[in-house]
Ligand binder design. Structure first.
Ligand code: MOS
Length: 746
């Protein structure tokens, strides 16, 4: 191949399968003898389950079994309970969540008679059809001793429990604040959000003796396998988790939720495969959420805009059945140069389902407060907000005393501001108008840590002329299949059409979670290593006694465009294997982050510039333009990479303007559906112009790729809020921004 396919805009190799309905998502699997599970949710948010009346449900058509506390077996806890805790940093340091065999909620199903949140499962009906199971589930009645729920972070005085390992302190933030000439103390809030991935959570479990196979919509087949093995007390080799295709997850499918455990138990109880597909309503209750958060920022600067002090103290909701910490302040000590910084985090228990990671967990919430605060500081100083950021550029990682592997934030600022036309901005509030509309321009920075984990892969060069790559990671829709194929194509010279990629099966060599934006940087080095190993194995076969290149040195053979060549003879690997009567040459490799981790700080940066239009006559707020420039090192596939940033920007609009999981005073979610939980739709989405810089980060891996799934959402809601301030003079510190906030006089 003359031109590298790495960095080439490549359409998804699984696109046709998806468009034609041939891609097998978890719920698409139907197994012989399969029956259906339908969970019965608690209708109260807090109290005790005193009794279940199952008689009517038992007599309903098609009902086979009802699983509940009374007949549920004793199970084991997996990694995250209690020793590891789900407490602590999510992805950021070694041996944290990314490598845990964690479950989404530490409490096992039916483990106690307590009701800890609305929608907690109190039973699961198993019936011959989905409709029968659902109908019977509605006949189950429960008696509760109801208690007053803690309805949410913003309705309780509980200060919560400190998450100690989130604490950061450097310099003298308090002293620097006290003596600073320009300072403020503001509080920011973000409503709870729910991941509303298109594909509903689904489990399809079947036992063959003591072997469990489960089709699950999961972002981590290997980790769910390990967790299942721990829960059932069986060796991991006896559990297989399959997720060939996933309709996204945004973090809600990183770790399995109670429905998966109940489904596996039910399959054992009835001796048949059981398929459970959660309803959209159930997806809101017991499958994770981005917790509501409250953040206090005390920020101080000198009159030239040099940041003197940042104190960032946050609280996040957790449930009563797990201790989830949202690392809200994790970006704060790192993004800007400031000598005096402190961060703290507290968890407040409320009667909501257990939170989990949601796209850019922690940092995106933190970026709302930090990036609005930067705008507020610019206003205080009478300075352009971009100029304020320029004056606080961090030449090194200020939290680690390490050089950046590559911080191209300045280029992002230059590129995006130029394309946006930022220099034409009139800083006067409400000064830019177009007919009825007031135009607001705002900006914010984006950032996300670059992470890498462990990975194994296997590559087969086959006699049929195909190359097969196998890795136990999965593609949640981001394009992992395609970049794995690109990598194998790059190293073998075999075109994509002849490369098969197998992912999403825990029996494959262990691969990473599709999370933390780390799958690319983690997986590709292993794929590359396995490809090289397969080529080496091929050469060894080629020079063996009686083989076509007998007597040559392996090093004297070149492998190009799928053919071996010694200068006089050329054979494709298929021809060679055919002559040798061999099915394949097989290579394996594992890859892990190495000593580079101690030499550099790996983080990506970007900048969003946003235009909003506020029409005061009809109280309409729109985002009308977004221009973003992001640096993630080398984009392996600029087509799918840009999609990721565009999608994240849309999701950031959701955070800034629409998304809020709403509870009534009794602790029941009342917008638990796509009609009432508002996400941006096409009519809301403006022109989004994303540019990816191309600065390969070879310190991080041989392909120069950091991750791209999450960074695009960071800073977006803040950029919108900053633009709204520019248009209206209303400083909105509570997400999502509501029209009521804009029409209220203040
Ligand atoms: Mo992402 S929140 O790591 O799926």
């Amino acid at each position: 191949m003359t031109e590298s396919i790495i960095g080439h805009r490549t359409t998804r190799i699984d696109g046709e399968l998806k468009l034609t309905g041939k891609a097998d998502y978890a719920a698409d699997h139907n197994l012989p003898g399969q029956v259906y599970g339908y969970p019965v949710p608690s209708t109260i948010a807090r109290g005790r389950l005193v009794g279940l009346d199952l008689d009517a449900a038992r007599q309903a058509p098609g009902v086979i079994e009802i699983v509940h506390r009374g007949n549920f077996p004793a199970l084991q806890h997996s990694d995250n309970n209690p020793a590891c805790g789900s407490e602590g940093r999510l992805f950021h340091s070694p041996n944290t969540m990314a490598e845990q065999n964690k479950v989404g909620e530490a409490r096992l199903p039916f483990e106690d008679d307590g009701i800890h949140y609305e929608g907690q499962y109190i039973a699961m009906v198993i019936a011959d059809t989905f409709e029968h199971a659902r109908a019977a589930a509605r006949l189950v009645t429960a008696r509760y001793e109801e208690e007053t729920a803690v309805p949410g972070l913003f309705q309780t005085d509980d200060e919560g429990e400190e998450a100690g390992d989130e604490s950061v302190s450097r310099g003298d933030p308090e002293g620097a604040f006290e003596s600073a000439p320009v300072k403020f103390d503001h509080t920011y809030t973000i409503a709870m959000e729910t991941h509303v991935a298109m594909e509903l959570h689904a489990s399809n479990a079947t036992w063959d003796g003591d072997r469990l196979t489960i089709y699950e919509s999961t972002q981590g087949v290997v980790f769910q396998r390990n967790a299942m093995a721990q829960i059932f007390g069986i060796p991991p080799e006896k559990v297989t988790v399959i997720a060939h295709y996933i309709g996204s997850g945004f973090g809600s499918k990183l770790f399995m939720w109670p429905h998966a455990v109940i489904t596996a138990v039910a399959a054992k109880m009835v001796g048949r495969p059981v398929k459970t597909v959660l309803s959209r309503q159930q997806n809101f209750c017991s499958a994770g959420n981005r917790p509501a958060s409250r953040q206090r920022i005390r920020m101080a600067a000198d009159r030239d805009g040099k940041l003197l002090s940042i104190r960032h103290d946050s609280q996040n909701e957790t449930s009563f059945v797990d201790a989830y910490t949202e690392s809200v302040g994790s970006g704060t000590p790192r993004v800007y140069a400031c000598d005096n910084v402190s961060v703290s985090q507290r968890r407040v228990q409320v009667n909501h389902g257990t939170p989990t990671s949601m796209r850019a967990p922690g940092e995106v919430s933190g970026s709302v407060a930090l990036e609005i605060a930067m705008d507020e500081m610019a206003i205080e100083l009478g300075m352009d907000p971009l100029e304020l950021r320029r004056r606080n550029f961090a030449e090194r990682d200020p939290s680690a005393d390490l050089p950046w592997s590559g911080n191209h934030l300045r280029e992002c600022w230059d590129d995006a501001s130029k394309r946006f036309g930022w220099e034409k901005r009139n800083p006067q509030i409400g000064s830019m108008r177009d007919g009825h509309e007031i135009i607001g321009w705002g900006m914010a920075d984006a950032t996300w840590e670059a992470m890498r984990s462990h990975c194994k892969a296997r590559v087969e060069l086959r006699a049929d002329g195909k190359v097969q790559v196998a890795c136990g990671t999965q593609d949640i829709g981001t394009g992992t299949y395609t970049i794995v194929a690109q990598t194998a194509s790059e190293l073998t010279g075999v075109p994509l059409e002849r490369i098969e990629v197998k992912l999403g099966d825990s029996t494959l060599p262990a691969g990473p979670l599709s999370g933390g934006s780390m799958a690319t940087a983690t997986t590709l080095p292993a794929v590359a290593g396995a490809t090289r190993d397969a080529i080496e194995q091929l050469k060894q076969l080629a020079i063996a006694d009686g083989a076509p290149f007998e007597g040559k040195e392996a090093d004297a053979l070149t492998f190009e465009n799928g053919t071996l060549n010694d200068g006089s003879q050329t054979l494709s690997f298929a021809e060679l294997l055919d002559k040798l009567q061999r099915g394949m040459a097989e290579g394996e490799a594992s890859a892990a982050p190495g000593e580079e981790q101690d030499k550099f700080s790996f983080r990506s940066f970007g900048a969003h510039f946003v235009e909003v239009r506020w029409d005061p006559g009809i109280s309409r707020l729109r985002v009308s333009r977004v221009v973003s420039t992001i640096d993630v090192g080398r984009a392996i596939n600029p087509l799918t990479a840009r999609n990721q940033v565009e999608g994240a920007i849309v999701m950031g609009m959701g955070m800034g303007m629409f998304e809020e999981t709403e509870y009534d005073s009794a602790g029941n979610i009342y917008n638990n559906n796509y009609a009432d939980y508002i996400v941006p739709v096409h009519a809301d989405i403006p022109d989004i112009e994303v540019e990816l810089l191309d600065n390969p980060d070879y310190n991080f891996n041989e392909f120069g790729a950091r991750g791209i799934g999450e960074i695009g959402i960071t800073g977006m809601a803040a950029a919108i809020s900053n633009a709204v301030y520019h248009a209206t003079g209303k400083r909105i510190r509570d997400m999502p921004i509501k029209i009521a906030d804009l029409i209220a006089s203040r």
